[in-house]
Design a binder for this molecule. Structure first.
Ligand SMILES: Cc1cc2nc3c(=O)[nH]c(=O)nc-3n(C[C@H](O)[C@H](O)[C@H](O)COP(=O)(O)O)c2cc1C
Ligand SMILES: Nc1ncnc2c1ncn2[C@@H]1O[C@H](COP(=O)(O)OP(=O)(O)OP(=O)(O)O)[C@@H](O)[C@H]1O
Length: 278
């Protein structure tokens, strides 16, 4: 199926929609999308809290066009008004796909039964999807990421957790005293717990194996940094868009007694990552 941007699709052809916040576009969200059919679309309610796939980054994880609605603008609607809005927006609407816990409208007082009564088309309800008996939800994935439990987060996401940022100027110490790194500024995305991670880094759509450090550089200037070292390559960039996929946490951030100790540890981290990749 071709990827359909919402700007390219004729809204009047859309006959099925899935509704929700869809931060992370995780495994359970993808189960909903399986019911969208040929002329489906995703209606994404923007809470302002999405930080796994903020803004329009969700489109990367589906071929269906996504239409964004700001929660603040629709949360006071009565049930009838909400359904009327959907039918005005999608004039061929026949089917709505939602999860077991979907509620909407003023004070979230309208849930599945009300939707079935108000909407004159089909309402498909997906029962709670779990992984190893644990319910899959964006809020749980955020907690795994905040704990550095990347492997579990990735299992729930159904893909490797990916963040986007911009390369910025560093201290200039890496290349001379440690290993070369690309320093990053990350906005909007949830950062994994401070520490060192096995990662893949994407620059100009090229994938590089890497290790990434997140945290205060306790051993040097104590300032907060996100730095990625590309394995087996000495490349340096600034002001370029970069994305990073997290694979596994290697260790916590640490203060070392001197630069030599830190350098030795960084080399060990690199070796650990190389064993994963090669
Ligand atoms: C794989 C890796 C692990 C790192 N681990 C630590 C650490 O545990 N503690 C710390 O203070 N700094 C750590 N750093 C950050 C270094 O202090 C940092 O790369 C160095 O200060 C150079 O910074 P610059 O790129 O801004 O010049 C790590 C960096 C890398 C690449
Ligand atoms: N585990 C799940 N099983 C089935 N449906 C789900 C599941 N999680 C979410 N949904 C459905 O997917 C849609 C999007 O939900 P939502 O954005 O609230 O996801 P979520 O992962 O539950 O997020 P949060 O943890 O922030 O509540 C809703 O229709 C919701 O009912």
């Amino acid at each position: 199926m071709m990827k359909s941007s919402s700007t390219l699709v004729n809204k009047n052809t859309i006959d099925t929609i899935a509704i929700g916040g869809f931060d992370g576009m995780h495994i359970a969200h993808q189960e909903l999308f399986k019911n969208l059919g040929k002329n489906g679309a995703i209606v994404c309610i923007e809470t302002g809290y999405a930080n796994l796939t903020p803004k329009s980054y969700r489109q990367e994880y589906t071929n269906y066009p996504i239409y964004y609605y700001i929660l603040e603008n629709i949360k006071k609607l009565e049930g009838i008004e909400f359904v009327k809005l959907l039918k005005e927006e999608f004039t061929s609407l026949k089917k709505i796909v939602i999860g077991f816990d979907f509620c909407f409208g003023k004070n979230r007082k309208y849930c599945i039964d009300e939707l079935k009564k108000i909407f004159d088309g089909e309402v498909v309800v997906i029962s709670e999807i779990k992984f190893d008996n644990y319910p899959i939800h964006s809020r749980h994935i955020r907690e795994f990421i905040k704990d550095g439990n990347i492997q579990k987060a990735n299992k729930f996401l159904g893909k490797e957790y990916k963040i986007y940022g911009v390369a910025i100027k560093g201290q200039g110490l890496g290349k001379s005293d440690f290993v070369p790194t690309i320093n990053l500024r990350i906005d909007d995305f949830l950062l994994p717990k401070d520490g060192v991670y096995i990662t893949k880094t994407y620059i100009d759509n090229i994938e590089y194996n890497s290790v990434t450090f997140i945290g205060n550089r306790k051993t040097t200037d104590n300032s907060f940094a996100i730095e990625t070292h590309i394995l087996n390559k000495d490349i340096h960039f600034e002001n370029i868009n970069i994305s990073i996929k997290f694979i596994e946490k290697i260790r916590d951030n640490k203060k070392f007694n001197d630069f030599i100790e830190l350098k030795n540890q960084i080399l060990e981290d690199i070796n650990y990552a190389k064993k994963y990749f090669y």
